[in-house]
Design a protein around this ligand. Structure first.
Ligand SMILES: [Zn+2]
Length: 139
């Protein structure tokens, strides 16, 4: 095994770990961290597939298996991109989808991971269907 390869792999692992910690705790604009998270997730998925290809995992795989694997990877990446939200103001990562405000700065969180729009109105917690809170008409 080439000794340079071990150095490159360990440097790549260090950079990936530093990126994960920055995504979790660092302070930056939400849009910046959202873009970095997208690039990180797609490159991680591509890296896993490239590693599998380098070890000959797909040498005798059939086309349906390849399609099923590609569909699964794409769905997992899209699901993560949807569920993970970043505060637009301070950039803190939130994976709790029920939270409506940032735990660090209190700013309203985006509706989901693909937008910066906050939720419109708080939902009524006593309504089992989760409809918007109704206000009584003024007389
Ligand atoms: Zn925040």
């Amino acid at each position: 095994m080439d000794p340079r390869l071990a150095a490159i792999v360990s440097l790549g692992a260090f950079v990936a770990l530093a990126l994960v910690f920055w995504l979790l705790l660092g302070r930056a604009r939400g849009a910046t961290k959202r873009l970095a998270y997208r690039v990180f997730l797609f490159s991680l998925a591509l890296g896993i597939v490239a590693l599998g290809r380098a070890y000959g995992l797909f040498a005798r795989a059939s086309l349906p298996f390849d399609l099923a694997l590609a569909t699964t990877i794409i769905l997992v990446v899209i699901g993560n991109l949807y569920a993970v939200r970043f505060c637009s103001r301070c950039g803190r990562m939130h994976r709790n989808f029920k939270a409506t405000a940032c735990s660090r700065c209190g700013d309203p969180l985006p509706r989901h991971g693909f937008t910066e729009e906050p939720r419109r109105a708080p939902l009524d917690p006593t309504d089992p269907l989760g409809r918007r809170k109704r206000t009584l008409p003024k007389k």
